[in-house]
Design a protein around this ligand. Structure first.
Ligand code: DQA
Length: 147
């Protein structure tokens, strides 16, 4: 089983970026923790980060035929991108949406996700653990062929 992990804009700045909200873990720390968990679960993970909407869409489209599921933190595009939502729907792959912060207790504009309706589920508010919980959830759904 192979999972594509997609990180949206500004997540390359984790560690230095608003640590009071997003914590001090860097993107490498998060990817390292995911790699460790993937080893334990017995699945492969591939990582991609982009600050550009088109780059994210190209990578999501490219997952078809290569990956079994998508773990995605669309970052600010969560709240604005019909195009990323459509790309996920077009792949017909199971996707889990994750956020470091609890978007539902933040500014009103963050409380809407355009991605959630095309995701199997959403995990928000647990920092790095959101990603790890998301990988576990996606792995077990695919393994049990629930999606
Ligand atoms: C985020 C939440 C978004 O609202 C924000 O734009 C981000 C990060 C999170 O992981 O908490 O860049 O997706």
């Amino acid at each position: 089983m192979k999972i594509l992990v997609v990180h949206g804009p500004n997540l390359n700045m984790l560690g230095r970026r608003e640590p009071g909200i997003y914590g001090t873990a860097t993107l490498d720390d998060i990817n390292g923790a995911l790699s460790q968990l993937a080893l334990e679960l017995g699945c492969e993970v591939a990582f991609f980060q982009s600050n550009s909407e088109g780059g994210l869409i190209d990578e999501i489209q490219g997952a078809v035929g290569h990956c079994d599921g998508i773990l995605i933190n669309p970052a600010a595009y969560t709240h604005t991108s019909v195009a990323i939502r459509d790309a996920i729907a077009a792949t017909a792959l199971p996707a889990v949406e994750v956020h470091l912060s609890n978007i539902h207790r933040r500014e009103a504009f963050r409380q809407t996700s355009l991605i959630a309706p095309v995701a199997v589920g959403q995990i928000a508010g647990f920092g790095t653990e959101s990603y790890l919980l998301g990988l576990r959830a996606l792995f077990s759904l695919i393994e049990k062929e629930i999606v």
